[in-house]
Every structure is written in structure tokens, then in C-alpha cells.
Design a protein around this ligand. Structure first.
Ligand code: ATP
Ligand code: FE2
Length: 356
């Protein structure tokens, strides 16, 4: 661990400025965040979109290596600063795909070395939670984190974000994307901010008989996906009915476990984060559930639902100001299976510009 005395810029009453690098999955992104308004100084990203089929980690890594330099340059240009002005570099070291993570880690190590900046290690899942708390101002929420790799209900308890329910198999985003791929609706899976499953669901009707699986606080989607694909292949139902039913069951089951968590932990706030948080219908369902419980719900802007560098910079800044997870560059090892509940959150419930 590097000594907290490295946080020299905060000692001079200068804003603390952190550059964050995201490279865990399909997006290479750099965000720059300041401890003073307007907080978000830069947001530069490039997304890898496969021409067909799924994501191949090596192809992603090669794409990331090609764009990394220009994304860093673009972010510094947007912020109107040079690398020397930064207080620290933050990087998402996991969880995620090994080859992709290695590109971000290498870029971060190089920047930290070359510009003599402290390096902050950030957990990608924690960053999805932090950007939601920051953007909504709901500082002590129950969090539904739904994305390409995760379907998890989280809430802070005893120093960490604890898991109060998750998927037993595939994630919600993966289920929607896989169904779209197998039926030829995608890729791309999201067009104009809308998932192709939403577009296809319009005018659809509910089909009975698909499995709705909630076990305790966990959900399961693989049986639902199989049933939907079978119905599609048999051609007995219009595709719009199958899409509509898949979505209804997928969304309702995660809202159910989020609702139960809210009731048990006794919190008064709910937020939705991760790539699937861009979904209007899921936001609507969660908002209704929150209203029933007299809890506050606020949605996050679509552009910050999916992977971005701003959330890594923000979390890096909070962590850096708490002198937490500051590492020597040569110890910046990637952590492909880094669980969210292994990370301490010493700054909680504070966020940038706000405290309870
Ligand atoms: P994780 O956070 O688990 O590592 P991820 O890094 O793969 O996931 P995110 O950008 O957080 O990526 O989420 C991507 C997922 O979000 C994809 O499955 C994508 O289809 C889904 N998604 C994006 N926009 C929408 C939308 N409008 N409606 C539903 N799903 C969406
Ligand atoms: Fe993500």
C-alpha cells in the first residue's frame, strides 16, 4: 500500500482529479472525475461490437489495444488537462474477462509509472453501485444490479455491499441477448437505446406455461430461455408474444427479490444499475414496487447504465480519498472473479459532493 501522504493535491485545497480506466468486458473507456463541481470532466469510450455471434476475449483485447491511446488522449482533451494534473489513476481490475482486463491494467500501470501517480484498484461491480448513488443522490439504497454478467441484489451492511439475491445461472442481460441472437433479432442487441427484445415485445401478449423461477432470494433464467426458444422454434406463437412473456417473467422475478430485500433490510430507497438499467420497462416496474413500499426510486441516465470510465474514476476518487486500495503499479494484478462483497467501502454513505 502507498502511504496516504501521496494525496498531495487535496492537502493544497486543490481539487482531487482522478482518471479511471474501464476494460472489463466490451467497452474500453476512460473517465475523469474531480472532487469539485462539475465533477464529471471527461467521458470517452469505444465499444467492441462483434459482427456476428458472441464476444471473443482475444478479439476484444486486440480492439482495446488499438483504441486505448486515443481514448486516453480524448478524455484528457475533454477535461482540458494534461496527465501531470491528475491526482491518481484508477483502474477496474475485475471482475471480467482476462485478456480485456489486462489491457486496462497495462495502460494504467504505464500511466502511473510514467507520470508518478498513485494507482487505485477498483471493483467493477462496486463502481456500478457508486455511479448510481452519485447520480440519484439516494445514498443508502437497495441496489438492483443487472447487466451482461450480473443479476444481483445488493445493499450495504457492516462495511460492504452484501449480496441479498442473485441469479443461479445466466444473467438477465445475457438471457435477453442470447434469445435475440438465437432468433436473429440481433446483434446489435440495443438499437437507439432500446433493446431489440423491447421492440419485438410491442403489441405482444402473455403466454402461460413458461417457468417463473424464484428460489428464496435467487432467480434462475436458463429454464425460461429454453422454454422461450422452444416456443419460437415450434412456431406455435408469434415472436412478439414470446418476447413479451420472456421479458415480463425476467423482469418480474428480479423485482420480486428486490422487493423482498427492501422489506427485510428496512431501507427506504431503491436504485437500478448496470447495462439493463437502461431499460424503460424495468425502471417502470421497479418504480411501482418502490411506491407500494413508500420507498424512493430514481432512475439513472441511460448513458451511465452500461460500462463507462466515469464510474471507475468516481469510485477510484472515493477510494483514493479514503486511502483505500491504493496499490503499487507492479502489484496491479487482474482479478477475474473479484466478488463485490470482498471489497470494503470505507467512504459509505458519502459520495462526491454529498453526505447524509
Ligand atoms: P457486468 O457489469 O456484469 O460486467 P457488462 O460489463 O457486460 O456487465 P454492461 O454494459 O454493464 O456490461 O451491460 C451490458 C448489458 O446491458 C447487455 O446485456 C445489454 O444487452 C444490456 N442492455 C443495454 N441496454 C439495454 C436496454 N435498453 N434494455 C435492456 N438491456 C440493455
Ligand atoms: Fe458492467
Amino acid at each position: 500500500m502507498v502511504n496516504a501522504a501521496t494525496r498531495s493535491s487535496s492537502a493544497n485545497n486543490e481539487p482531487v482529479i482522478v482518471l479511471g480506466i474501464e476494460s472489463t468486458a466490451h467497452t474500453f473507456a476512460v473517465g475523469i472525475v474531480s472532487s469539485e463541481p462539475p465533477y464529471i470532466l471527461a467521458d470517452s469510450r469505444r465499444q467492441y461490437v462483434p459482427k456476428e455471434g458472441g464476444i471473443l476475449p482475444r478479439e476484444v483485447a486486440s480492439f482495446f489495444s488499438q483504441v486505448a491511446g486515443e481514448v486516453v488522449r480524448e478524455a484528457l482533451h475533454q477535461a482540458g488537462i494534461s496527465a501531470g494534473d491528475l491526482s491518481a489513476i484508477a483502474v477496474a481490475l475485475g471482475p471480467g474477462m482476462g485478456p480485456a482486463l489486462r489491457v486496462g491494467a497495462t495502460v494504467a500501470r504505464a500511466l502511473a509509472h510514467y507520470f508518478h501517480k498513485p494507482l487505485v484498484s477498483v471493483n467493477h461491480a462496486v463502481a456500478h453501485v457508486e455511479i448510481a448513488r452519485f447520480l440519484t443522490g439516494l445514498l443508502d439504497p437497495v441496489v438492483l444490479y443487472v447487466s451482461g454478467g450480473n443479476t444481483t441484489v445488493l445493499s450495504f451492511r457492516a462495511g460492504r455491499y452484501r449480496v441479498f439475491g442473485e441469479t443461479l445461472d445466466i444473467s438477465l442481460g445475457n438471457m435477453l441477448d442470447t434469445f435475440a441472437r438465437e432468433t436473429g433479432l440481433g446483434p446489435p442487441y440495443v438499437v437507439g437505446g432500446e433493446h431489440v427484445i423491447d421492440r419485438c415485445s410491442r403489441g405482444g401478449e402473455f403466454i402461460s406455461g413458461f417457468p417463473y423461477v424464484v428460489k428464496g432470494q435467487d432467480v434462475s433464467y436458463s429454464g425460461l430461455l429454453t422454454a422461450a426458444l422452444r416456443a419460437y422454434r415450434k412456431g406455435l406463437e408469434p415472436l412478439k408474444n414470446v418476447c413479451y412473456t420472456l421479458r415480463e417473467i425476467g423482469f418480474s422475478s428480479v423485482v420480486e427479490v428486490t422487493e423482498r430485500c427492501l422489506a427485510h433490510v428496512g431501507k427506504r430507497q431503491v436504485v437500478l444499475t448496470g447495462g439493463v438499467a437502461a431499460n424503460d420497462e424495468l425502471n417502470r416496474k421497479l418504480e411501482i414496487m418502490a411506491q407500494v413500499h413508500g420507498a424512493r426510486f430514481k432512475r439513472i441516465p441511460k448513458k451511465y447504465a452500461g460500462d463507462n470510465g466515469v464510474m471507475i474514476a468516481l469510485t477510484g476518487l472515493l477510494s483514493y480519498m479514503s486511502s483505500y486500495n491504493i496499490i503499487e503499479p507492479h502489484r496491479a494484478f487482474i482479478r477475474q472473479r473479484w466478488r463485490v462483497d470482498r471489497v470494503n467501502i470505507p467512504w459509505y454513505p458519502k459520495t462526491l459532493g454529498r453526505s447524509l
